[in-house]
Design a protein around this ligand. Structure first.
Ligand code: CU
Length: 145
């Protein structure tokens, strides 16, 4: 892959982020209704959902268990898409990204290196970039340390 990370060395941890509509299905866009989840967890400001070792290169598999599109975004680094359900990527998806569209019932793998530190007091977020989804639970927090 042109411009790809050479010899990515994924850490043993492979985060699986499962993007699914929660109870109630579609969002009404009202704040805080907990209708969309990641790994069956709704956003909770008091919970650190993932911990990443600083300097690690990780492969994250992001699966969409629902019937809606979810543009998945995470903070603190850029990433490259490895594949969509094992299929090769079109040229426009081979650059550096900070958002990846995950289609209904699709699994996308991305690779990222985490060098920016983030502690429990100021964690990074990962979330769907549709405001009504993230505001209704589809967001999580992670540290890099
Ligand atoms: Cu979404």
């Amino acid at each position: 892959m042109q411009g790809a990370v050479a010899n990515p060395k994924p850490s043993p941890m492979e985060a699986t982020c499962s993007l699914a509509p929660g109870p109630g299905g579609m969002s009404t866009g009202l704040h805080g209704l907990d209708m969309f989840s990641i790994n069956h967890q709704y956003m909770d400001i008091w919970v650190i959902n993932q911990r990443v070792q600083r300097g690690a290169t990780e492969i994250w598999e992001i699966g969409n268990d629902g019937h809606m599109l979810h543009p998945f975004h995470f903070h603190g680094t850029s990433f490259q898409i490895l594949d969509r359900g094992g299929f090769p990527l079109p040229d426009q998806e081979r650059g550096w990204k900070d958002v990846v569209l995950v289609r209904p019932f699709e699994k996308v793998r991305v690779v990222a290196r985490f060098d920016q530190p983030a502690g429990d007091d100021h964690p990074f977020m990962y979330h769907c970039h549709i405001l009504e989804h993230e505001d209704n639970g589809m967001m999580g927090q992670f540290t890099v340390s």
